[in-house]
Design a protein around this ligand. Structure first.
Ligand code: S3P
Length: 450
């Protein structure tokens, strides 16, 4: 099944050496937040480098539905004319967030403390994902929520007319949950406190501070304590979205496993809460270097150079690194197949509730392509077959999950035989230029149209 009409099967044939410059699109997490906080400010927020993937475009439409004016100037340049904290209008229609967990959870948060109702839905993947992790804390503000069994979409929220600020310890490592509570706290008078035991991506905290909110972060014995003072007047910003490390992961990993490759991936955001994959690849012995390290818009940035790395070794990936690379385990498991020895990934239960059950989806596809995978509830391991040892040859299901589809396309670049996915259309949710960009580097990606 496809969320995007007819499924388009895709095949990745063994690639020529991948060479050149891979300019990946803007960061998905920062793009969603730019639109949402822009809608909460009074006046014009100017955004450049916005990711124009389906997930983010759905968030742009949602911000319009709540009353903000969103203008696309072309070339990744956008303006948002915000309505101010507490200024949301009630949408006329159902809010469709497509495939995006980040979109729906953050938007639920930001509308939950306004006296309006909204109904949310998504595609078949999103409508299976757990929303109680967000609606539980939102109910503490006085918000009413009614969804399907298991806390699933479609779901209606009636925002609280008299929100009370909350103190909430996030029970799972999730930046989406943390952000939903902080965004709800924007329109609650007083101090909303969110405590996370493990640090997750901190773009919401950085951006709230950038828009002029009073927000403090303290590392304590209880965890990371974030305190936000409600009802600020947010000031519009000029935002240059850095390129997405989670998208950079694909050309980087493809270069590491494809003989003769040397690829430069410039301008990648290396916020420490996001850069776990690159540290892990280097621990495995990957020839991956950071060039021209600098700071842009408050985020650390570097150009990444990745070269074919025939001597990578399997490792135990430190579980405390999981949150900083949670979206990268699928493509890491592909690289692990081309390393020597076992790669063990622990503390990764959250992978089971992403756009798909990513452990299950990858384990099935890797096994079909000749790789041995073991798994438990919150761990999995991959037996590496060495740089020339991955058979390939199978068709994998992508389960409406962009990162599963792209991971198997990467696998085909270094495998002995081609690797296919049943549907490549989900790739457009986060990386709409993937095929062209990888093709320009030397990948052989073919759409298998009947
Ligand atoms: C995101 C948080 C992560 C991540 C997702 C983007 C965000 O999800 O997987 O792709 O932008 O806050 P969780 O909060 O569920 O870990």
């Amino acid at each position: 099944m496809s969320a995007h009409g007819t499924p388009i099967p895709m095949t990745s044939h063994r690639a020529k050496p991948l060479t050149g410059v891979a300019e990946v699109p803007g960061d998905k997490s920062i793009s969603h937040r730019s639109l949402i906080l822009g809608a909460m400010a009074v006046g014009e927020t100017k955004i450049s480098g916005l990711l124009e993937g389906e997930d983010v475009l759905d968030t742009a439409k949602a911000m319009q539905a709540f009353g903000a004016e969103v203008v696309n100037h072309g070339g990744g340049n956008w303006s948002v004319f915000g309505v101010g904290v507490g200024g949301f209008a009630e949408p006329e229609n159902v809010i469709d967030c497509g495939n995006s967990g980040t979109g729906v959870r953050l938007i639920m948060g930001v509308m939950a403390t306004s006296p309006i109702a909204a109904t949310f839905t998504g595609d078949a993947s999103l409508n299976k994902r757990p929303m109680a992790r967000v609606t539980d804390p939102l109910e503490l503000f006085g918000t009413k929520t009614v969804g399907r069994s298991g806390g699933r979409l479609p779901m209606t929220l009636v925002g609280s007319a008299e929100p009370t600020p909350v103190r909430y310890v996030v029970p799972v490592p999730s930046a989406q949950v943390k952000s939903a509570v902080l965004l709800a706290g924007l329109n609650a008078p007083g101090k909303t406190v969110v405590i996370e035991k493990e640090a997750t991506r901190d773009h919401s905290e950085r951006m709230l501070a950038g828009f002029g909110a009073e927000i403090t972060v303290e590392d304590t014995e209880e965890g990371r304590v974030i305190t936000l003072t409600g009802r600020p007047e947010l000031k519009p910003q000029v935002i240059a979205v850095p390129r997405d490390p989670s998208s950079a992961a694909f050309p980087v990993c493809a270069a590491l496993i494809t003989p003769g490759s040397d690829v430069l991936v410039p301008g990648i955001g290396l916020n420490p809460t996001r850069a776990g994959l690159f540290a892990t690849l280097r621990d495995m012995g990957a020839d991956l270097t950071y060039e021209n390290e600098r700071e842009e818009g408050g985020e650390p940035v570097a150009d990444l150079r990745a070269k074919f790395s025939p001597n990578m070794k399997g490792i135990d990936v430190p579980p405390e690194r999981a949150a900083s690379m949670i979206d990268e385990y699928p493509v890491l498991s592909v690289v692990a197949s081309f390393a020597t020895g076992k790669t063990m990934m622990t503390g990764v239960k959250e992978l089971r509730v992403k756009e798909s059950d990513r452990i299950d989806a990858m384990a099935r596809g890797l096994r079909a392509n000749g790789v041995t995978v073991d798994e438990g509830d919150d761990w999995w391991s991959v037996e590496g077959l060495g740089p020339e040892g991955v058979p390939g040859g199978a068709t994998c299901e992508s389960y409406l999950d962009h990162r599963i589809a792209m991971s198997f396309m990467v696998m085909g670049m270094g495998a002995q035989r081609p690797v296919s996915v049943d549907d490549g259309t989900p790739i457009a949710t986060s990386f709409p230029i993937f095929e062209r960009l990888m093709g320009d580097l030397g990948a052989q990606l073919v759409r298998d149209t009947a």
